[in-house]
Each structure stands twice: as structure tokens, then as C-alpha cells.
Design a protein around this ligand. Sequence first.
Ligand code: C2E
Ligand code: MG
Ligand code: MG
Length: 527
Amino acid sequence: MNMKSRLLGMAFAASDVLLELDGESVTFAIGAGPVPGVDPGAAWSGQPLESFLGDASRARVMSAVRALSPGVRSAPVDVEILTGDGRARKAVLRAFLLPDLAPFVSCAVAWQGVAYQAVAPQTEPLLDARGLLKRLSGLLGTGAVPNPPGLSVDFVEIPGLDALDDDAHRNAAQRIEACLQSASLNGASAAKLAPDRFALMRNSTDVVDLTVEIRALGAAEGLDLSAQASRADIGAVEAAVAVRTLRLALSECLKDGVTAGDRFAERLRRTVENADRFRGIVRTRDFTLAWQPIVSLDTRLVHHFEALSRFGGAHQAPTGPIAMAEELGLIEDFDLAVAEKAVSQMRKPGFGLVKAAINVSGVSLGDDRYVEGLLRMTAAAPEVRKRLMVEVTETASVPDLPAANRRLQALREADIRVCLDDYGVGAASLDYLRQLSVDLLKLDGVFAREHQADPKVQALASHLLNLCQELKIQTVAEMIETEEQAAAMKALGVDFGQGWLFGRPAETPVVAAPVTNRRRGEVVGWG
Ligand code: C2E
Ligand code: MG
Ligand code: MG
């Protein structure tokens, strides 16, 4: 073994970081940084020592260094080392001027106490559960999320923290909360789920054991606190996917009142699995379309069919997977896959001249990809474009209405009709109608269902109908299950109806339910 390694081993036996100064600045640094991810060699070399010392310790350290004489070691100096992200760590520093190396000064730094201590006396207050979700949403698109391995969520439980209402417990709770906040991503991503339960987002590379920190903080107040911590890791995925997946799993847990780390980890694992399965479904096109007729309320003739996606052998309804796909940013690929499937079916000889509506989530109108894709796949089939309509669902998720409108108009210019789905639910509905120019409007099922019983719904519906007539927008009422509902919607002036009364979604576009007048399955024009 060589002497150099021996000496290095001995030096590290008494310290965590070794520094060399040329008087004021660091010329060399090696060892374990104050918090994970800070490499002292990279962070401090070439920097003035003062630049990463806390206010309180700066003068003390510099005067100790300046007072050194060759061969004499300084007294231990208590210092606060800044980590550059609003945190500091307490340490003890000793300086030594080896005659051979003069004027270079050798320093040994040994970390003391907890790794996470806010520099400012007051850290950001902890978030609540809702705040944590908002914080996750706020991270999207900011570039603030660490790259893979990226984000983790730690759940921390400290039994007994809230047991006693005395100064020691209050102080310990305050210190612990500040520690958790400082340990969290950007020092502002920790939440208190209950008085003794916390969740915090952390950089996955940060593996400091918070239970040790918590025990030390409790001990500082004379308390024997124990903590359990568990980590849910998302794995090495792209930052935006990680944030979205965590947000979905977390929101489901919080909705169900789940605050235990192991159950969250289980939920997160399931969310990741479901997302993978959905990606697979999109990739392999392993879903089908069910076709439901939309009829003229006047003649009961089929006007067009709506394509509704179905998953799995049991032709499962899509609400769950679609909501998930919207949350996780997977819906655009799916909407394109639906469009592809519908267009290919519409081009098949047996399909006749049937007109069809496909659903597109408002999320998919957030960029050009969906509209460009749909135009591309119908470019060689102008007759299909004339028979095609898109229904915009989840309008609340349209990120930028003017931009979405430009995209919708590109479709309309290419002879593809546009419909607003589920209209009338949500406070901003009128604004959608103002900002999005469309051909049809589909009244939410609530109108058919509650029109007869609720005078307020009647008043709203009749105003809405007047508005649509003035704007020359045709209307569809959905969820019509009874003749009474059909009659009420017709009396209101609604043009078309959809619902069990006229036909359930079926494998092929056929009319299954009673149709009065004329021949079954006869198709009339869009107008
Ligand atoms: P939506 O577009 O409003 O579709 C109407 C939903 O109401 C369908 O449910 C349909 O089966 C159901 N329905 C039709 N008539 C009646 C009735 O008389 N009574 C009752 N109780 N229900 C009726 P489904 O197929 O489960 O679809 C649910 C939602 O999922 C759709 O609502 C749409 O928002 C979304 N969705 C379906 N397919 C797709 C798709 O390919 N892409 C996207 N982005 N979303 C889709
Ligand atoms: Mg629809
Ligand atoms: Mg609808």
C-alpha cells in the first residue's frame, strides 16, 4: 500500500471533506459534499472559501485561516457550509499550515448533525395534499425536474409527533418540518398529510436517510422520536412522464384518504403498469370501435354514427383508461390510433356512405400533431373527410383556446366537421362557444335527463338553443333513454338525438332500436 493512500485514509478518518486553500480560494477539494449531489471538488474548486460559508461563520473561519503559522493547527471552528440551494449544513473545520506546502492551507471539514437545515430561519411552510398536487403540476414544463433517475416520493411517518402538546414536541415538529422541506425538491416540495405523516418529492439520487435526521432533531429537543420512511420510485423515465405518473397516483391516493407510504408505492406501481399496458394497446391497436347511431329527432332517420372505443375482450367502456391517458399525456397517440382505425373502417366497401364522428380529447388539440395526423391520413380520401366529424371531449383540458380553434378550422377547411361534446357542464362553457367555431354542439346528458324535472335546466337549455340557432350551430342531445326525453328535446328545438332509445353502441354501424318512418339505416346528409 502506498503512503499517499495511507495518509488519505487517515485524513478521512477524522473528516468528511479535505480542502486546500491558496489563502482565500479553494484550490482542491475532495470528499463527501454537504448534501447528496454536491461534489465539493466540482462545486468549490476555484471559488473563494467565503462564498460558501454562512454569514455567522465567515469571519471566524477567515480569521482562523489568516492567523495560522507553519506547523500549527487551528482550533476547531463551527461553520455553516452553504449548499447553494437555500440549505446549509453545520460542520467543524480545522485548518493546518504544513511548512512544505506553505502558503497553501490544508483544511479538514467534518459534518455535524443533520444534512438538511434551511439557511433562512424560516423555510417555506409545508404544503397540504392539494398543494403537493399543484406543486407537481407546476413542475411540468419548467425543467425543474431532475432527469432520470429523477423523482421519488418519500412518505414519512413519525408516530407520537403529535401526541403531546408541549414546547419540546412543538419545537421538534417545527425543526422536522423545516428539515423535510429542505430535503425536498427545490426546498419547497414537502407536504403534511396528517400531523404525524408527511410526503415529499425528492431527487432520486438523494439517499440521505431522513429517519436518522429526524431522530437527531428529536434528540435536540430531548425527545426519543422514531420515524418510518418509505420511498416510491418511479424508475428511469422522462421527467414529464414521471411528474404526470406521480400526480395521478398521488391524486388517487389522496382522494381515497391513503397516506401510508407502502400503499402509495403499490398504487404508483399499478399506475406505471396501467400506463405501460395502455401504451401497448395503442402500439398494437388492440382496441375496437363501437358505433352508436345519432338520429334526426324530426324524422328518426340515422344522421351519423359515433365511434366509441372499447378495450379488452369484454369490450370494456373506456372512461377509466381514457381519463388516465389524458392525465399521463398518452391520449394524443390514442386519439390518432382511433382516427386511423375509424378512417380505415370508413373506407371499407361494406361501410357504405355512413357518416361518422370520432372523439378527440381537448388535450390532443394542444399541439399540431393530431390535426396534422388526421389530415395526412385522409389526404388521399376526400370522400372520407366529407363523412367525418370530430367531437371534442374534455374541452376543459384545451390548453390554449385560440390555438385549438386554429387547428379545428384547419379540419373544417378540409371538409371535416367539428362538434363540441358534453356541452353545458363546466363554468367556462360559454367561452368555449365564443372561442371555438364549430358545426355541432352536443348537449350534455344532463339536459335530456333532467330537463323535465328541473325548471332551471329548462331555462338554460332554451337559452342555449336560441344561442345555437343564432350562431347556426346544429345540436345533438345525448343519453336519450325514453320517448318523453326525446319529445322534450325535440320540442326544445334540438336537431339530433343519441341514446339507448335509438340504439346502443354496436360492432358495426347498424340501427338496433325502434326507428319510426322510412327505412332502417337510411342515411341523410350532414345538413
Ligand atoms: P361521449 O363521447 O359523451 O360518449 C357518450 C357516452 O355515453 C358513451 O359512453 C356511450 O356509450 C354512453 N351512452 C350513449 N347513450 C347512452 C344512454 O342513453 N344512456 C347512458 N347511460 N349512456 C349512454 P362510453 O362509450 O363509455 O364513453 C365514455 C366517454 O369516453 C365518451 O363520452 C368520450 O368522452 C370518451 N371516449 C370514448 N371513446 C373515445 C375515443 O376514442 N377517444 C377519446 N378521446 N375519448 C373517447
Ligand atoms: Mg362523444
Ligand atoms: Mg358526450
